[in-house]
Design a protein around this ligand. Sequence first.
Ligand SMILES: Nc1ncnc2c1ncn2[C@@H]1O[C@H](COP(=O)(O)OP(=O)(O)OP(=O)(O)O)[C@@H](O)[C@H]1O
Length: 599
Amino acid sequence: MNLAELFKNLKPYVWPYRTLVIATLTLTLIGSFAAQVNALILQYTVDSVNELVEDGKGLDAGLKILTFISIVLLVKEILNLFITFGQKYFGEKLRIYVSRDLAQAIIEKILTYRMAFYTNQDNQSGKLQTRIDRGIESLTRLVQNFFIDILPLFTNSIVALFLMFNANVYVGLVGLCIIPIYFWITQRQANRLGGWRRNMRNYREQKSQGIIGIIDSITVIKSFNREDIEAKKQLDIQIQLTDNQLQTRKTSFFYDGIKTFIEQIGVVLIIILTAYLVLDGQMTIGAIMFHILLFNNVSAPIRQLHRIYDEMNDAMIYSESFFSIINAEEETETSGNYIPTELKGEFKIENVDFYYPNGLHALKNINMTIQPNKITALVGLSGAGKSTVINLLDKFYLPNNGKIYLDGIDIEEYDTKYLRENIGLVLQKNHIFNGSIEENIRYGNIDATEEEIIDAAKKAYIHDQILLLPEGYQSKALLLSGGQQQRIAIARMFLKNPPIIFLDEPTASLDAIATEQIKNSLDAIKKGRTVIIISHSISQIIDADYTYVMKQGEVVEDGTHDEVYKMNGTYKEIFDAMAKSLNIDKIAKTMDDDDEENF
Ligand SMILES: Nc1ncnc2c1ncn2[C@@H]1O[C@H](COP(=O)(O)OP(=O)(O)OP(=O)(O)O)[C@@H](O)[C@H]1O
C-alpha cells in the first residue's frame, strides 16, 4: 500500500473530525512563523550590539535593545505556549477519536464476515489480533505524528527556507540542496528496511499465536511433559525475530551516520558562504547566526525524516493488513431478502458438493430431504461430513455445487438473519463464551425474563447444579465442566425455542443420568419441529424417524432405522459396533441378576 492509498483509506475516519484538523493546521501555520522569531531576534541582537560596540555607546543604549528583545521573546513564548498546547491537544484528540473509530469499525466489519474468514489458517485468533492491534496502533500514530510532528516541522522548514532565500539566494540554495539528498538517502534506507519490517510483522504474529496456543493447550503440554519442545518452538521464533531486529538496527545506524555527515556538510557550507558574504560587505555579522539558525530549522524536520519515514512505513505495512481485513468485501456474508410468512421446515439438499477453504472435498454430491415434524439422524464415522451438512443448512458456508432448499425456496434467497433466528443449534464444542451463566443462557433470547431463564435451565436439568455454585447464575460459565457447559447450551436453545433444531452430539459430554434427563427434554421439544440430530449414541439414533448414513462425504444409505439396518452396509457395521461396545450381554445379565435378587 502506498501513501496515497493509505490516506485514501484513512480519509473516512479522519473526515468526521475535520474541524479539529482545520484548528490544528491553523495553529501549525501560526506556530511556524513564531518558530522563526528566534533567528530574526538573534540576528537583530548581534547586529545591534555590534553597532553599539563599534559606535562606542554604553550600557544605557544597550538596555533599551535588551528590553525590546526580552519583551518580543516573552510575548512569542507565551503565544507559543498556547499554540503548542492547542496543537498537541487537538492532535491527540484526533488520534484518540480516530483510534476508537478504527477499532470499532473493524470489529463491526469482521462480525459481518462469513465463517470461512474465521476458519482460514491465516486468520488464527492471535495472528488476526496482532494484525488488528498493530494496524490501529501504527495508523493512529501516523495521524498523531502527522499533525503534531510532521506538519509543524515541515511548515517550519518551508518558512525557514523561504527566509533563507529572501536573505540570499545562494544561502537558500544550500538549504534547498540538502533536502533531495536527504530524501534520497532516507528512501534507500526505507527500501532496505521494508523487507525486514514485513518479516518482523510475521514473526510478531507467530509469537502471539504461539503464546495463545500454549495457553489453550496447557493441559496437553503438561500431561505430555512437552514444556521443553514448546519453549524451543518459541525460542526459534525469538531468534529469528532478534536477528531480524538487529539487521534493521544495523541498516538504520549506517544510514543515520551518512545523514548526519551530509547535514554537517550543509552547516559548514552555510558558515563559509555567509562568512564570505559578511567579509565581502554584503551582509552584517548577525547574518551568520541568522542563517545557521534558519538552516537548523530546515534540517530539524529532515533529521526526523527517517523516524517519520519509519513510522510511515510501519503504517503502510501494518495498515496494508489492517485495511485488507476491513475492506475484505468478498468475506461479507451474503443474505437474500426472502422472509416467508410461515415456516414449514422442510429442507431439500440437491446434488451438493462442498469444499472447505483449504480445498478439502467435504461433501460429494449429497442429496437429502429433511422432513418437518420428524427427527432425522445423521450417522457416520468421524470426519464423514455430518457437521458440515449442518454448517451448510445454517448458511455458515455456501455449497460449491448444487442447491439447498427450505420449503421449496433456495436458502441463499432467505434473509440470513431470519433463517438463523429460526434455527436452534447445539454444537459439540465452542458453545460457551466468556460471561456469566445467566448471560450465556440469555443469549438464546435477549429479552427473556429471569423466570424464563430459570425455566430453560430446569428443562436442561442444570438449574439445581447452578444453585449449588457460590455465585449461582452469575458464576463464570467457562469454569463449568464440559457436561455442564453442554447443558447451558441446551438451556439456551430451549430459551430460543426455534422451529428448526440441529443437535450436533448434544449429549456427548454428559454423564448417563444427565443424558437420560436431557433425552427426555429433547424429546419434549422435538415435537412439531424439524430436528436433525448427529449422534454416536444408539438410543438417540434408534429414536430417529429417518436416517442418513454418511461415509467420506457421501450419503451411502438412507431410510428408517430398520430399513438402513437391513441394508447390511455401513449403518449395520456402525450400529453393531456401537452395540458391541456397550457390552449389552453383560449389561443385560447384570440387570437380570439384580431383578432376580429383588424378586
Ligand atoms: N473448517 C474446516 N476447514 C477444513 N476442513 C474441515 C473444517 N471443518 C471440518 N473439516 C474437515 O471436513 C471433513 C468433515 O468434517 P465434519 O466435521 O463434517 O465431520 P463429522 O462427520 O461431523 O465428524 P465428527 O463425528 O467427528 O464430528 C473432515 O475431514 C474434517 O477434517
